[in-house]
Write a protein that binds this ligand. Structure first.
Ligand code: AMP
Ligand code: MG
Length: 397
């Protein structure tokens, strides 16, 4: 067996670097900016009002209440056709540009308009700049808006739209193919001895959670030719391929055989539980992850190896889930076996501390505990963690 860190470094070292491309703004959510973005424009582009009310000269409100002449109405999208002079006020709506002459806005709630609409009583004294949003208060021309490496979320996309940036240089969204192997697996109703393929759906969902395009490469029997054909199809059309099953010690575990023959592959026995076997290699330069078949093992193996690798290929600076220290709520028992155990746990945050409790059955076939888990508690080799003991946990959500 090799230590977890060695296996992880082996995988990460062999994954290709991220590839940048220019993408339409609508397609960038979740991707990483490959270049810094600077703005040529100011945001806001002009001084405008933050309130519905009256644009006035602040000096005119000294000694309020004061009575001013209403000289017109300015909606958002309009430009004033005259200045606001002394003793005057212009009705103004949120977002409308400040008329020349005015230097403050009195919100409508602090005013009373005469019956004929020609006069307005201003009840409060306001300072210069009151409710005025200055030009460039958010962004100034020449300013760096986002650094390279920024993960683009909805707010970033809004900012980019606001400065007219309709295409962005990002690291490519990956296409990741997923295939299942196993003679016992079916898509429909299982006959005696058969089970439903669950790994493909779970792995495709994990892949999609990363903001990656998942490609279903199908269900393949334990047959060397069929596995080879499916892997070749996958590497021809995807940036990475995930297989599950066929990497253990069984008589029909052909995935490792095929990857060894057609690729540059290493078959590893990693000192972890679950997910001890891992086949990883490059086929035509494309990373192929031969994940173990047990449903929990394939997901944990994805978490520990494929997820960080794919995140590095997506250009993320932070490739790992956060790890925090937690207090065991109930003992987390294990036996010494030379492996690090990743125990599926429910994580809580109570009175300033994380707590973890077992999420249920810890067998590598007991996927329901994986579904109920928010974290993987990291149990070093030994006898486990007593009730109330400190334990490191990988936060899955
Ligand atoms: P293997 O790694 O191929 O030896 O499979 C280990 C265990 O995982 C066996 O019990 C398989 O039936 C099960 N298994 C393998 N692939 C899948 C899958 N795609 N969905 C559900 N169970 C699977
Ligand atoms: Mg199998």
């Amino acid at each position: 067996m090799i230590p977890f860190d060695e296996a992880r470094v082996f995988v990460l070292d062999r994954c290709p670097p991220p590839v940048s491309e220019r993408v339409a703004l609508r397609g960038v959510r979740g991707l990483v900016a490959a270049e810094a973005v600077t703005t040529a424009e100011s945001v806001p582009p002009f001084a405008n009002t933050a309130m519905d009310g009256f644009a006035v000269r602040a000096a005119d409100t000294v000694g309020a209440p004061v009575d001013l002449a209403v000289i017109g109405t300015l909606a958002a999208g309009m430009v004033a056709d005259r200045d606001v002079g002394p003793g005057e006020a212009m009705r103004i709506m949120t977002g409308a540009p400040m008329p020349d002459g005015a230097d403050a806005v009195v919100m409508v709630e602090r005013t009373t308009v005469s019956v004929d609409g020609n006069r307005v009583a201003v009840e409060v004294e306001v300072p210069v700049g009151n409710h005025v949003r200055g030009v460039g208060e958010d962004l100034r021309p020449g300013q760096e808006v986002f650094a390279a490496g920024t993960v683009l979320g909805p707010a970033h996309i809004g900012v980019l739209a606001s400065i007219g940036c309709r295409t962005v240089t990002v690291y490519q969204r990956l296409r990741v193919g997923v295939l299942s192997t196993g003679d016992e697996l079916v898509e429909g109703t299982p006959a005696p001895g058969q089970i439903r393929d669950s790994n493909r759906d779970a792995l495709l969902a994990l892949v999609e959670e990363l903001g990656v395009t998942g490609i279903d490469l199908g269900l393949v029997p334990d047959d060397e030719e069929a596995i080879e054909a499916a892997v070749r199809e996958g590497v021809a059309s995807c940036d990475a391929v995930l297989t599950s099953g066929g990497v253990s010690m069984g008589d029909f575990d052909y995935v490792k055989t095929v990857l060894d023959r057609i690729g540059d592959m290493r078959w590893m026995q990693v000192a972890i539980k679950p997910a001890k076997p891992l086949a990883f290699g490059l086929v035509d330069g494309v990373p192929v992850f031969g994940l173990p078949g047990n449903p929990v093992s394939s997901m944990v193996s994805f978490e520990l190896f494929a997820r960080p690798a794919l995140r590095s290929m997506l250009g993320h600076g932070r490739i790992d889930r956060p790890r925090v220290m937690a207090v065991a709520d109930g003992p987390l028992e294990r036996r010494a076996d030379g492996k690090v155990h990743f125990v599926r746990v429910v994580v809580d945050y109570l009175d300033g501390a994380y707590t973890v409790a077992s999420a249920g059955g810890q067998g590598s076939h007991q996927l329901s505990a994986m579904a109920g888990a928010d974290g993987l508690a990291v149990l070093p080799d030994g006898v486990g963690i007593p009730d109330g003991g400190d334990v490191e946990v990988i936060l899955l959500r």
